[in-house]
Design a protein around this ligand. Structure first.
Ligand SMILES: Cc1cc2nc3c(=O)[nH]c(=O)nc-3n(C[C@H](O)[C@H](O)[C@H](O)COP(=O)(O)OP(=O)(O)OC[C@H]3O[C@@H](n4cnc5c(N)ncnc54)[C@H](O)[C@@H]3O)c2cc1C
Length: 509
């Protein structure tokens, strides 16, 4: 059964900040947004706490923001990309404000800027204390609802991309029990991060890098997949995503202590340094706590999300120590994209956390990711409008894609279900082998195990193996990647790790 009489719409996979920014920036040109859950629903954008970094404050400059970003990135950033994205900070803020976002202001009515780790000055615009992402997404979702050119299809999971002559021409999508193909003039991956590949993670459940898996199946190039930022202070409570306890709480005077009451690290040192120090304590059998009892600020006022999460666990941070441990938080690596958001596969764009733009290098500067989500969404839309809308672009592209065979549907559904099941095994393995401290035997052992255990290579296993192989290939310690067998920076020229899986693409039939 052919679907669509013409090359289909621009299809955006993901309804977080990056996907919705792309959709709004395409308006009034039509697009279809697919999201695996409800709309609006769970996504990292909604959970963002601190806010968005932009050099808009008095005395701040793009040059300073660039320098801070490059320093955090530990030599692995693409300087041009950093300049390009940071330069658009004010436009990103304008874009959000145009769509109804109202950032917190100080007593004199000016934007209230917060200071976050590794920023040389206050630079982070926020809303409602540590619930910035939720309020940003509320406004953006409302704007999407008011935009007739955007169709959002909730509970639609992209299972695979379809190509013709090596160009992406559509996707196969699952909606409940139904699997169907959708023809697309272009596909934009906005699928977010991969934190749930690790046992301890701040990311929404199911954020295992599905966009990376979709891209890898078509040979998309990746960059620096081993670069994962681990946040040092996630609330160590029950299973599932771990609530984040913002660095800003330490900025207000909270300190990390172990179960002997010892302060074992400078709580405001760089994020990777603090995270490894916490890891070393837990590896040595200690419990680690954040002591916020002496914090001067009103915790309920400044950190409502943190207070709520702790109180739900029966802990009052004004009186109790908060048990914490490091958690996989942000994927700095991803699908390699150029300045227009194009991946190495024709017809396929990537925006937001799934993409590797070169902004973050080996370590993300706090609150640069919402900035990247807005800037890359806008840039991709400009490119899509200039290209995917033109007749030339469609030359040779089929005007429909064919429905998958029943056997193929069955195998896709099975692979997808196996991908979820596999996470229960893969996540503890990743925490041990590709966590804060890595070495060759651990990484190779994990690769061998996953390959043996999951020969059908379901998406979560494919992404885990790609991360492990990248970590094995980087013979040095840099930023978020620490190899106990290569504890220093390599003296050689800085290299990106990258790989393209053998294409297993299903051609348009
Ligand atoms: C707890 C927490 C706090 C954070 N705080 C900050 C902060 O203060 N400042 C900052 O800059 N960054 C912060 N970050 C990082 C930032 O939130 C993310 O990097 C950013 O929001 C990613 O946006 P995105 O649109 O790329 O992805 P997301 O917002 O994660 O959206 C991904 C979307 O893709 C959909 N999806 C995934 N796979 C599929 C599929 N196969 N088919 C269909 N749909 C799919 C999901 O359902 C979801 O809608 C934080 C992250 C976390 C987890």
């Amino acid at each position: 059964m052919a679907v669509g009489a013409a090359p289909g719409p621009i299809v955006i996979v993901g309804a977080g900040l990056a996907g919705l920014t792309t959709a709004l920036s395409l308006a009034p040109n039509p697009c279809l947004v697919l999201t695996s859950g409800e709309f609006p629903g769970v996504c990292a954008s909604d959970w963002a706490q601190g806010g968005i970094a932009a050099a808009v404050g008095p005395g701040d400059s793009i040059a300073e923001h660039v320098n801070d970003t490059l320093a955090a990135g530990a030599g692995l950033c693409d300087a041009e990309a950093v300049h390009r994205i940071v330069r658009q900070g004010a436009q990103a803020v304008d874009f959000l404000e145009t769509h109804g976002v109202r950032f917190d202001v100080d007593d004199s009515g000016h934007c209230d800027l917060a200071l976050e780790g590794a920023h040389s000055r206050p630079r982070v615009l926020h809303i409602g204390g540590d619930t910035s992402g939720h309020f940003i997404m509320q406004a953006i979702v409302e704007s999407v609802r008011q935009t007739p050119s955007i169709t959002v299809a909730e509970h639609h999971i992209a299972l695979e991309l379809i190509s013709h002559n090596d160009q992406i021409t559509g996707l196969t999508v699952q909606h409940g029990e139904t699997v169907r193909t959708i023809a697309a003039s272009a596909v934009v991956l906005a699928t977010g991060g991969a934190g749930s590949l690790w046992q301890f993670s701040t990311n929404p459940a199911g954020a295992f890098g599905s966009g990376i898996a979709l891209g890898l199946e078509h040979g998309a190039l990746t960059h620096d997949l081993e670069m994962v930022q681990f946040h040092p202070t996630a609330l160590f409570a029950g299973p599932g995503p771990m609530p984040l306890i913002s660095e800003a709480v330490r900025g207000q005077g909270a300190v990390l202590v172990n179960d002997d009451g010892e302060v074992f690290v400078d709580s405001l040192a760089a994020r990777d340094v603090v995270a490894r120090a916490v890891h070393d304590q837990t590896a040595a059998g200690h419990q680690v706590f954040l002591d916020a009892r002496a914090v001067r600020a009103d915790l309920a006022d400044h950190f409502p999300a943190m207070m709520k999460a702790c109180l739900q666990e029966g802990l009052d941070p004004r009186q109790n120590l908060i048990p914490v441990r490091p958690a996989a938080h942000y994927h700095c690596g991803g699908l390699m994209v150029d300045a227009r958001g194009r991946t190495s596969v024709p017809g396929l764009w990537a925006v937001g956390e799934v993409a590797s733009t070169g902004l973050h290098g080996a370590n993300r500067l706090a609150s640069n990711s919402l900035l990247e989500a807005v800037v890359t969404g806008r840039e991709a839309a400009v490119d899509l409008l200039a290209n995917a809308g033109s007749a030339d672009y469609f030359a040779g592209q089929p005007r429909s894609v064919v429905a998958p065979s029943p056997e193929h549907v069955a195998s896709l559904i099975q692979r997808h279900a196996e991908s979820w099941r596999a996470l229960a095994t893969i996540a503890p393995l990743m925490t041990n082998a590709a966590g804060l401290v890595r070495d060759a035997p651990g990484l190779q052992g994990a690769i061998d195990f996953i390959e043996r255990r999951y020969p059908s290579n379901p998406p979560s296993a494919a992404v885990a193996i790609a991360v492990l192989k990248s970590a094995l290939a980087r013979l040095e310690s840099r930023g978020g990647h620490y190899r106990s067998d290569y504890p220093a920076l390599s003296p050689d020229e800085v290299q990106h790790t990258g790989m393209a899986a053998q294409s297993t693409a299903r051609s348009a039939r």
